[in-house]
Ligand binder design. Structure first.
Ligand SMILES: [Fe+2]
Ligand SMILES: [Fe+2]
Length: 188
């Protein structure tokens, strides 16, 4: 059944339930927010480590995040989805997270990447499983980007993320932060 057909049934949806249209809007809104935040994290890391040994790796990931962001910005416009009101917050918080972890060192920056990209991978996996054939294009986009998010996570792991002092604590804190950011950006 397509979203339009399900919406036409109307009465299926109890007050307070999320309609199919709102479900898709939430997906596009939160993914746009996430890619925006991711691009800002890498910008923050590059501001500190751009001239270092990991500069090219960071630029590679930053470029991919920019393409993800451009795609979701386009979807926001074409499908007339309201972007999250929290973009100014993610603008500042993303850059700060990237810059602060980079200040702690290259390994801590990579630990940040592992935590963030794992969260995005799980988030995209859940969305992909949830989307039907009526949203095959959106699902394919999410799956395509998910492959690159996993690549970013693997780059972090291959660059000594886990050897960061306090790795588990740092990883845990950033994971919680990502989940909170995702929940807020779907709704607000
Ligand atoms: Fe991304
Ligand atoms: Fe990524």
């Amino acid at each position: 059944m397509t979203v339009a057909e399900t919406e036409a049934m109307g009465t299926r949806w109890l007050p307070g339930d999320v309609t199919p249209r709102e479900r898709i809007e939430r997906i596009i809104r939160v993914d746009h927010a996430g890619e925006y935040g991711a691009a800002r994290i890498y910008a923050g890391q590059l501001a500190v480590l751009g001239r270092g040994a990991k500069g090219d790796l960071l630029r590679h990931m930053r470029a991919q995040e920019q393409r993800h962001l451009d795609t979701f910005s386009d979807l926001i416009a074409r499908r007339r989805v309201r972007p999250t009101a929290l973009l100014p917050l993610w603008h500042a918080a993303g850059f700060m997270l990237g810059a602060v972890t980079a200040r702690l060192g290259e390994r801590a920056a990579m630990a940040c990447t592992v935590a963030v990209e794992e969260a995005i991978d799980a988030h995209y996996a859940a969305q992909s499983a949830d989307l039907g054939d009526d949203e095959a294009d959106l699902r394919a986009t999410i799956e395509e980007f998910r492959v690159e998010e996993r690549e970013h996570r693997d780059i972090g792991l291959a660059n000594d993320a886990e050897r960061t002092p306090g790795y588990r604590l740092l990883h845990g804190a950033i994971s919680v932060g990502c989940r909170v950011a995702i929940a807020l950006s779907e709704r607000i």
